[in-house]
Design a protein around this ligand. Structure first.
Ligand code: GDD
Ligand code: MN
Length: 380
């Protein structure tokens, strides 16, 4: 039998936990090769949640409880995970809300996905078959959708649809790997940080659709303004995509400045000056992307493999030059070469075309290829 421990953080969930715990153990009979335990991580809830758990422990020998100081949801998970790993040596740890927002009946589907090879399974509201509560107020719906979308786009990891929901099954090795670096994330941002780190580990992540039910009892502990700030801060400081964009802006400036200097001081011809400045920008981009944007996949190995990846990087950069040239030629031919008047602004059409090509083709094209070819997972 493999072991799964469901970690349930609680703060004032007495009414909910009294019905949820029996419901969780009733799932055991549906499982052939998994043995379930439940670990409640309570923060000395004033409503005596812990007392209710203690009473149920007489009936359910696989029900465990730890109590601590209230330091936030992320901290509660960190404590619960560390305790569960040490005490139970489980194969899988579950994250789950204790307020019935997460349907216990999904547990066998999570474990099935684990058995099929996933390292982490996420209960997803934002995929086909999943949903957020119909009865949420419009601002809660918008808040949930927007925060999730912000993270998804901020990390430019569009295939990962759910980033924030806390219904997850995670293999122990992933938790063991991530736990030492989670200390900063004590609030709800824990969920995002944990997923980001798991993606960077190269773990196999899958999503299953879940419906998120609004709680009937008690109230949400989420502090929305603080959560938003933590999300923005986390994404800005951890997204490879945002780093890649910043590196690109620096590269562009270097290119422009060097070309300008060489040309103003008549060092070399204009064409040669631009070729040199472009190559220096490419070297800068390659270096900073390797050291910073993709630091979790930094190129390792021999000098030769490093040079090989640098050469590939140059090929991709040359590719962007061809795409820009070709795209611009095509747009000029199709849409015309003229002066565009947008409101009070008058601008030459090629500038608009160029911006469009860079934003919608060059940036995604290079980012995709850097990820798939230059800094692919097997580098790390
Ligand atoms: N021990 C402990 N300490 N438990 C806590 C704390 C805390 O400081 N804060 C919240 N909890 C528990 C709650 O008692 C509940 O069981 C669970 O964590 C979720 O908390 P809610 O307050 O119900 O949060 P929510 O429903 O708004 O948040 C859900 O959606 C978020 C965003 O999608 C959760 O799934 C979050 O994980 C998710 O980030
Ligand atoms: Mn809730």
């Amino acid at each position: 039998m493999k072991k799964a421990v469901i970690v349930l953080p609680t703060y004032n969930e007495r009414e909910n936990i009294l019905t949820l715990v029996p419901a969780l153990f009733s799932i055991q009979k549906l499982l052939k090769n998994w043995h379930l335990s439940v670990l409640v991580v309570d923060d000395n809830s004033p409503d005596k949640t812990a007392g209710a758990v203690a009473v149920m422990q007489k009936k359910f020998p696989q029900l465990f409880l730890i109590s601590g100081k209230k330091e936030g949801l992320g901290k509660a998970y960190q404590r619960g995970f560390a305790y569960a790993l040490k005490e139970f040596s489980p194969d899988v740890l579950f994250e789950m809300d204790a307020d019935w927002s997460h349907d216990p009946k999904k547990i066998p589907i999570f474990l099935q996905a684990i058995d099929n090879g996933s390292d982490m399974v996420i209960g997803s509201r934002y995929m086909k078959g999943g949903s957020i509560p119909q009865n949420w107020a419009w601002y809660r719906k918008i808040f949930s959708i927007m925060s999730n979308l912000f993270v998804r786009i901020g990390f430019m990891h569009l295939s990962q649809k759910e980033w924030t929901n806390g219904y997850r099954a995670i293999r122990s090795w992933v938790v063991e790997k991530n736990l030492p670096s989670m200390g900063l994330y004590n609030g709800y941002v824990f969920q995002i940080a944990f997923l980001d780190k798991t993606l960077k580990l190269g773990a196999r992540i899958s999503e299953i659709p879940v419906h998120f039910t609004d709680r009937n009892q008690g109230e949400s502990k989420i502090n929305a303004p603080q959560y938003v700030w933590h999300i923005i801060h986390y994404v800005l400081t951890h997204s490879s995509f945002i780093r890649y964009m910043l590196v690109g802006i620096v590269g562009f400036s270097i290119d422009f400045m060097i070309a300008y200097l060489f040309i103003s001081f008549h060092v070399v011809s204009k064409v040669i000056a631009n070729m040199i400045s472009a190559e220096i920008a490419i070297i800068s981009n390659f270096t900073w992307n390797n050291l910073w944007s993709f630091s979790h996949k930094r190129i390792k190995g021999t000098t030769l493999s490093f040079l090989k990846q640098f050469f590939v990087f140059n090929l991709i950069a040359s590719g962007s030059i061809l795409i820009q040239g070709g795209g611009l030629g095509l747009l000029l031919k199709l849409l015309g070469d003229r002066q565009l008047n947008i409101g009070i602004i008058s601008i030459q059409s090629w500038i608009v075309y160029k911006i469009f090509i860079i934003a919608f083709i060059i940036i995604p094209y290079s980012y995709l290829l850097y990820n798939k070819v230059v800094w692919k997972k097997s580098n790390s």
